[in-house]
Ligand binder design. Structure first.
Ligand code: 1HN
Length: 348
């Protein structure tokens, strides 16, 4: 803004006088408020699973899951200091449950997903049903559903928690409750929900057999389903030059994202494949499930190995190269952005 010296000093005097009245001049900040394109305060970052795991196991020696309520190390974006956020809208953490432990039952407005990183056989109970968690399974705990975790296996279990905590904080809409008992009563057999809602079928609406919330029936997407699906796809389909072979997890109730605020997908990049550059407005968290390769995120370049985690903030260009067959899981705030008509992507 071009201002004469005299005008500038008179305006600044006005600003000082207005400040106690909680008034500020828009014209001084308009360009920062309404950006011509996204300029995320979040930065690209990669966490090596092994490095996080060491700290998590040390925490495991010092505090129980029950004491902590949830024993989790938050993956905080270096550009979002103190905000417990991996991108401005989303939270990520790695949770440890040791053999014999219980993470007590609670429910909250926030939506959560779990993606299993290590171990086999712990459970999450969701509204009266246990799911047994196996490596690279996706398990949802949608908003306001009771959930607790326990580990009856002989080994530590570690999973990635993805939640919309910053989104709920943004709307000042957080509610939470704890159950009096540690673990909620289990009222239906394991697998009941998958049988009823997990095969492109559902109980007749409103019948006695229709027991899950109509808007959010399914909460378990096992690796044993999604991994072979990618292989089958890779055997025949033309590969998308920007994504590789990609499959989005769906909510069967409406064919939309797994939860109202969070989308999730998996992809397979065959050995030697390199994606063309792509950027999108969603902030995304990626997990390397299998394989090695490289990720270029904006001006950063990361070597990828199994179980590494990396974050791609809004509008940072992403390029992926597969050394060996590379399998990735990702979740993002695309679901929320699409509802608000904000989502955009650009493929080079
Ligand atoms: C939560 O409920 C879990 O249920 C994990 O495992 C992490 C972080 C913030 C708020 C709630 C869980 C969480 C959380």
């Amino acid at each position: 803004m071009e201002l004469a010296n005299d005008q500038r000093s008179q305006l600044e005097a006005l600003y000082r006088e207005m400040e106690p009245a909680n008034l500020r001049p828009l014209w001084e900040s308009l360009a920062e408020l309404v950006l011509p394109e996204p300029k995320s305060p979040a930065v690209p970052h990669l966490w090596s699973f092994d490095a996080v795991r060491d700290y998590l196991m040390r925490a495991g020696d010092l505090i129980s899951a029950e004491q902590a309520e949830r024993r989790v190390l938050i993956l905080e974006n270096p550009g979002l200091d103190g905000l417990s956020s991996i991108v401005p809208s989303l939270y990520a953490g790695l949770q440890l449950i040791l053999p014999g432990e219980i993470a007590p039952s609670h429910r909250h407005a926030q939506c959560a997903l779990r993606f299993v990183m290590e171990g086999d056989g712990a459970f999450t109970a969701v509204d009266g049903e246990k799911v047994i968690m196996r490596p690279f399974d996706l398990v949802l705990t949608p908003g306001w559903q009771w959930h607790d975790h326990g580990n009856d296996s002989g080994k530590p279990m570690i999973w990635l928690d993805g939640l919309d905590i910053p989104t709920v904080r943004h709307f000042d809409a957080s509610f939470a409750e704890r159950l009096d008992e540690k673990a909620q009563p289990v009222t239906v057999p394991t697998g009941d929900t998958r049988a009823r809602y997990g095969h492109n079928m559902r109980p007749i609406r409103g019948s006695a057999a229709d027991r899950r919330p109509a808007h959010q029936p399914l909460f378990h997407y096992p690796y044993s389903d999604w991994r072979p699906a990618l292989d089958t796809m890779a055997a025949s389909a033309q590969i998308d030059p920007h994504l590789g072979h990609a499959l989005e997890f769906l909510n069967p109730a409406d064919g939309g994202s797994v939860m109202p605020t969070i989308s999730a997908h998996v992809r397979l990049l065959p050995a030697g494949f390199e994606t063309k550059p792509r950027r999108s407005t969603d902030g995304a968290v990626f997990v390397v499930v299998e394989g090695t390769g490289r990720a270029q995120v904006g001006d950063r370049d990361y070597a990828l190995k199994p179980r590494d985690l990396f974050v791609v903030p809004s509008w940072k260009e992403l390029r992926l190269q597969a050394e060996s067959d590379l399998v990735l899981f990702a979740y993002s705030d695309k679901a929320a952005q699409e509802k608000l008509n904000l989502y955009r992507e650009e493929c080079a």
